[in-house]
Design a protein around this ligand. Structure first.
Ligand code: IPE
Ligand code: IPE
Ligand code: MG
Length: 224
């Protein structure tokens, strides 16, 4: 049985779900939030230490302003309403990505991280304005600036996921088989599960099925 410490998820398919059920992409984003809550609970039940959720990519700024504003207002409301409860559940929230939002949101994110920084049960890395290419280039720049030797260990410490083991599992919902600039370095040896269901339809049963299948995989890491 493989140990499981870290699950990363590309939560894709909200827009299509919203259009199909409510004729509105934004309704899909709202519905997707319920799945986030379910999956957090199930991650704790499975005693997994790290959950990384891709919420907004550096490329998602190309979307219509109306959709972007809605996404960030959803996040804002979620944090205002739920951070206390996450804190009570001993969950640590870490933002990975560039915090260049409105000062109101930046402050809320920083406060939420600070409040939960000592929590131990589960660390949620929320990838927000995250892009893997930017992250890697930035790490190289820091190596150069500090005149450090270029090797895996030194590079890893300048990634936004420092102190976090690489994901054991990557799940992408939404019937799309690509990485969309997500954790390109960290996913080098992850087991990848592409899921046909759209994110709002993904549930505990689907998640547990993936976990069960993962545990049986022979992970070689180059060996035989
Ligand atoms: C993923 O769902 C959520 C975000 C990118 C914020 P999408 O919004 O990409 O949904 P589809 O892929 O258009 O259905
Ligand atoms: C990836 O989904 C980003 C998130 C889930 C946040 P996208 O829907 O933005 O990816 P592409 O653009 O289809 O590759
Ligand atoms: Mg998408």
């Amino acid at each position: 049985m493989n140990p499981l410490k870290h699950v990363a998820i590309i939560m894709d398919g909200n827009g299509r779900w919203g259009l199909k059920h409510k004729n509105s992409r934004n309704a899909g984003h709202k519905a997707g939030l319920n799945t986030v809550e379910k999956i957090i609970k199930e991650t704790i039940k499975n005693k997994i230490d790290f959950l990384t959720l891709y919420a907004f990519s550096t490329e998602n700024w190309k979307r219509p302003k109306k959709e972007i504003n809605y996404l960030f207002s959803l996040l804002q409301t979620f944090l205002i309403e739920r951070i206390e409860e996450l804190h009570k559940q001993n969950i640590k929230l870490k933002i990975i990505g560039i915090k260049s939002f409105s000062s109101k949101l930046n402050n809320l994110l920083k406060r939420s991280e600070k409040k939960t920084s000592k929590n131990k049960k589960l660390q949620i890395n929320l990838a927000l304005n995250y892009g893997s290419k930017f992250e890697i280039i930035n790490a190289f720049k820091k190596l150069k600036k500090n005149k450090e030797k270029i090797n895996e260990k030194n590079l890893s410490k300048y990634l936004l996921t420092r102190d976090v083991p690489d994901p054991d599992i990557l799940i992408r919902t939404g019937n799309t088989n690509r990485l969309s600039n997500f954790l390109l370095w960290q996913l080098a040896y992850s087991e990848i599960f592409f899921e046909k269901k759209l994110w709002p339809d993904f549930n505990e049963k689907d998640y547990n099925k993936i976990i069960k299948n993962f545990k049986k995989i022979k992970r070689n890491f180059g060996k035989i």
